[in-house]
Design a binder for this molecule. Sequence first.
Ligand code: PLP
Length: 392
Amino acid sequence: MNSFYREYLDADINRLGTNCEKWDKLEEHFGRGDLVAAWVADMDFRTVPAVIEALAQRVQHGIFGYTENGEADRAAEIGWLKRRHGVDVQPDWILYSPGVVDSLFFCVRALTQPGDRILIQTPVYGPFYTAVKLFGRTLVESPLDETEDGWRMNFDDVEEKFRGGVKMMILCSPHNPIGRVWTREELTRLVALANRYGVRIVSDEIHADFTFDGCRQTRIVDVEGGERMVMLTSATKSFNLAGLRQSSCIVPDAALRQAVADEIARGHATSPNIFGAIAQTAAYNHGDEWMDAVVEYVRENRDLVVAYLAEHLPEIRVRPQQGTYLMWLDMRGVAGTHDELRDLLVNRARVALNSGTDFGAAGDKHFRLNLATPRRNIEQVLENINLAMRGR
Ligand SMILES: Cc1ncc(COP(=O)(O)O)c(C=O)c1O
């Protein structure tokens, strides 16, 4: 990483007073405001300089009426997906939606009926549960297996559940919170199973740009048989643009695409945010170097946490994640109930992490640490936890 980006990412930028959820809402969520925030999945880094410039230029125009995404927006996204992920996407496959969670809701309504069975692999990002339950669908959980060699999908369990009448699966790829980047072999096997049992996979790939150690993200529509599936993607996680609300549903199959498009229209979510589209396009066109720097920086933070815990706090177990900037801390080796551990982290260590139970029952005595923050904050989190645990 060059010194420009090293300094850029190390910068300690005060987010307080910007109505940001991560730092401004600590009191509301944790009962106190004096915490190092390492929870909500956004980053404490400024976005790509070219994005800030493009937004500033557009602001000068002064008229912000109803907007459409143009050809240049599609071309920028297609270019990024080809360059960074080796996948060919056609312009008309792209539908826009305000957010990936919004898209999950649209897909549930487009692809299933009330009562239909939808499979998710747990533990997983909370809104996956919400998307199923909110619309009266039946939740089917297939627990991920934690083996000596890392986390694995349980294909036998998935197949048994598909055979039992699952209509749709929501896949998290890369997986939040356990950090797996699914291999092409795993995804090919999963897609083959889904096609055999007539299951549509909706693949949430919002974390796809964060992969480490030579792991490569395979996009679902690039897998054999994946043209029958839906890929949800966005620049918001990659470039720290979540407040701008912009994402894409990429659907190669025309009939399926129409069904999803109808739901987006029914949700009156077709008119994009001007700034979301501008930021996404500038990021996809000019964000390669910035993205490489951020991935390297996050990987360094990850390695720092792994080394620190091994040396000072071996009772907290982690696996260096292959993807995402989120780390799953296993605190089952520390005495106390989940609530006692949460109390230790908040009221003694003064750190704000996500509670593992927000990701399902398997998250008992687990906590999720967000690594996308200047190194100093990560060091602070670690020192605070160490002091709190040693002084217990
Ligand atoms: C797996 C996953 N999907 C979706 C989202 C949120 O997406 P959006 O802000 O586009 O709704 C997150 C945010 O943390 C996430 O981790």
